[in-house]
Design a protein around this ligand. Structure first.
Ligand SMILES: *[C@@H]1O[C@H](CO)[C@@H](O)[C@H](O)[C@H]1NC(C)=O
Ligand SMILES: *[C@@H]1O[C@H](CO)[C@@H](O)[C@H](O)[C@H]1NC(C)=O
Ligand SMILES: *[C@@H]1O[C@H](CO)[C@@H](O)[C@H](O)[C@H]1NC(C)=O
Ligand SMILES: *[C@@H]1O[C@H](CO)[C@@H](O)[C@H](O)[C@H]1NC(C)=O
Length: 352
């Protein structure tokens, strides 16, 4: 109970302090109701999220979710698994240094950081197996279309361009949307951070994500066991303990949220080819203990060539290896380096 109340307080604080410290930005929060009507695998352990299934092994999820978002403008930010929209603006050190939302805002570029369905302040379906990649990607697409079509706040025009920016499983989710929608995608460019197509040796094991209700019975005791969380997040940071603040690690653990078994297992759908036609960039930290193990990110040209194969008709394709950064590029001491890269890419992709 106490932890859950604190988590809500952090959200409110985040909005308040951003408004005060970033006077140039329109910052507020909103809830967008979305209706999804999709086919998900009957088997929530299906790692292809139904893309390789026939109709008899799929079932329909027809539901309405309230999607919570902190509103800035233009870039649609999608957090990774067990994170929330706070990943893009963590209230550590009074929001300085680690807030991409504030960094971007200071440069006149707006962002909307959303919580996935089932996560943070968005609707949480009782049955975790309703939250699969098709469901979450449909919600995301619908938000992007909505932002381009209608004014969501008084005095704010619909956006001409929406750039999708993800972190980790959030990048894989944007990637999944690009596989499903190809050239019909509402996104004018994709910036996929902390995400590479997973090799067979990096397939995630469910053993690292216990049921949330077992990890914190006080906060999550009533949840379907299909809602999972992490037990120890050190792997998201560089192996060198002087590369990040110990306070950030504590904060990160304290504010962790839930994901679902399905969305965790479906992250490798990002190994399938997409006919998406917009510009695409991947940004990964050289010290990512998960993705860049065994020297995988040392030869950037070879890595780029390998990743490019999955995006054959993208208008442009680029891989940036941020030297010294870990998996959570936004949360270690070098965060400002990746932030500058994101800004360059957003300006390039939106023709600014
Ligand atoms: C559909 O898939 C199931 C499970 O993979 C299989 O048993 C069944 O034969 C398939 N049906 C058709 C019509 O292909
Ligand atoms: C954090 O931000 C403050 C104020 O902007 C700055 O003085 C400090 O050097 C920054 N620290 C790091 C580690 O970047
Ligand atoms: C969740 O939904 C699936 C599909 O309808 C069903 O098989 C499963 O029993 C449900 N789980 C719970 C905990 O209700
Ligand atoms: C977290 O995991 C790492 C590596 O698996 C281990 O060295 C460390 O002691 C663990 N930390 C905690 C607080 O459990």
């Amino acid at each position: 109970m106490l932890l859950s109340a604190l988590s809500v307080l952090f959200h409110v604080l985040c909005i308040y302090v951003d408004v005060v410290s970033a006077a140039a930005c329109d910052c507020s929060s909103l809830v967008v109701p979305v209706h999804v009507d999709v086919l998900v695998p009957k088997d929530p352990m299906d790692i292809f999220a139904g893309l390789k299934s026939n109709l008899s092994s799929l079932r329909r999820v027809d539901d309405t979710y309230d999607i919570y978002g902190v509103f800035y403008v233009l870039q649609l930010l999608v957090h990774g698994i067990t994170y929330t929209s706070q990943y893009w603006s963590p209230p550590v050190e009074e929001f300085r240094n680690y807030s991409y939302a504030a960094f971007s805002c200071d440069r006149g570029l707006s962002t909307l950081a959303i919580d996935w369905p089932g996560v943070g302040l968005s609707s949480r379906p009782v049955n975790a197996s309703d939250v699969q990649f098709p469901t979450a990607a449909a919600a995301l697409s619908q938000i992007a279309r909505h932002l381009k079509k209608s004014s969501i706040l008084p005095g704010v025009s619909p956006f001409r361009k929406i750039i999708g920016m993800g972190h980790s499983a959030g990048s894989a989710l944007l990637n999944f949307g690009a596989i499903v929608e190809d050239a019909r995608s509402p996104f004018d460019g994709l910036i996929l951070t902390g995400s590479l197509s997973l090799g067979p040796d990096t397939l995630p094991s469910l053993s690292i994500v216990p049921s949330a209700r077992d990890v914190n019975p006080l906060r999550w005791g009533a949840l379907d066991p299909g809602y999972i969380t992490t037990s120890n997040r050190t792997i998201f940071y560089p192996a060198n303990p002087t590369a990040f603040s110990p306070r950030m690690l504590i904060f990160d653990d304290f504010t962790k949220d839930v994901g679902t078994v399905s969305t965790f297992l479906q992250t490798p759908t990002a190994t399938l080819t997409t006919r998406y036609t917009g510009p695409v960039a991947k940004v990964v930290g050289s010290e990512d203990q998960f993705l860049c193990a065994r020297g995988r990110c040392t030869d950037v040209a070879a890595l780029t060539a390998a990743e490019h194969v999955l995006w054959p008709v993208a208008r442009s394709f680029e891989v940036v290896v941020a030297q010294g950064s870990g998996h959570d590029l936004n949360l270690d001491f070098l965060a400002q380096g990746p932030f500058n890269t994101f800004i360059r890419l957003v300006e390039q992709f939106s023709g600014l």
